[in-house]
Design a protein around this ligand. Structure first.
Ligand code: PAF
Length: 286
């Protein structure tokens, strides 16, 4: 496995793969790797050699967010990446990714970014789309793999790739859960033992939504209430939304495939999770 620190090294590697007739896959991450990331590597590997990027992108963090304390563990990540069969890890510095400092030109989504997480994180998706566009331009992969846990991010990346005619196949990986159902996230490391128990309220609320749907309920308000009213006092729900999975618009009628999305603060940690109704219990995959 190669560790590349510069864009030039990645471009050289990609050119060598192309010369050998290989298709390549990119798995963009911010490191602190867990099983969820490794499952994305598995999906990418079906296409060809995998480049996994590790970059905590300052552009997508707000001034009062956790950029400086975001967990970083390059040595541990390299070991996991190697064991998952990654061919090249791209771990650039902030200066390597933004040599001119704050970019003059960035990618600002016109739709879909002022709902869900975008409401409390203004500028977040500008930061995400800008760094993802840069990574796609640097790595020029055939396939790029993103997790479905960040559903809004995945939707906006798909829109960017399609609206800007980028010749890349965006593939979504499933939500990978801990044995008790908690969606895997690098931020789970922040949780205390009691926060960790409280955090299960998110997947339990999604599970109750699925059961409500399977029982024939179609009124979105009931689903919103269920998501918005956490039964755990350690959990403060930021949003519990019921939306069209393509447009991310609030829906007035629940149907097969409707998106239920939840974000909550558990202690000081912000967690997100989601579920597409009619796809079986979110707890069934564990
Ligand atoms: O999902 C993430 O880890 C990040 O938002 C991404 C896509 C790597 C961009 O920094």
């Amino acid at each position: 496995m190669i560790l590349a620190r510069t864009r030039a090294e990645v471009r050289e590697w990609v050119a060598a793969q192309r010369r050998e007739g290989q298709r390549t896959a990119l798995v963009p991450t911010m490191g602190s790797l867990h099983e969820g990331h490794l499952s994305l590597v598995g999906i990418g590997a079906a296409c060809g050699p995998v480049c996994l990027s590790i970059f905590v992108n300052p552009l997508q963090f707000g001034p009062n967010e956790d950029f400086s304390r975001y967990p970083r563990d390059l040595e541990g990540d390299l070991e996991l990446a190697r064991s998952a069969g990654v061919s090249l890890v791209f771990a650039p510095s902030v200066e390597e990714m933004y040599p001119g400092g704050e970019p003059w030109v960035s990618i600002v989504p016109d739709r879909g970014a002022d709902v869900l997480c975008g409401r409390s994180r203004p500028g977040h998706f500008r930061g995400v789309l800008t760094v993802v566009a840069k990574l796609l331009n640097i790595c020029t992969p055939d396939v790029a793999v993103f997790g479905r846990k960040d559903y809004q991010q995945l939707t906006l990346i798909r829109r960017m790739v399609s609206d800007l005619d980028m010749a890349i196949n965006v593939v979504a990986g499933p939500i990978v859960r801990e044995p008790d159902g908690l969606a895997m996230s690098s931020r789970n490391r922040y949780l205390s033992a009691s926060d960790r128990q409280s955090a299960l309220a998110l997947v339990r609320a999604l599970d109750r939504c699925e059961r409500l749907f399977e029982g024939g309920e179609r009124d979105p308000e009931l689903f919103r209430q269920l998501l918005g009213n956490s039964v755990d006092p350690g959990v403060s729900v930021e949003y519990g939304e019921v939306m069209d999975p393509e447009t991310l618009e609030s829906t007035s009628r629940v149907a097969q495939g409707t998106l239920c999305a939840i974000a909550a603060r558990v202690g000081a940690t912000r967690l997100i999770d989601n579920h597409l109704l009619g796809s079986g219990s979110p707890l069934a995959s564990i």
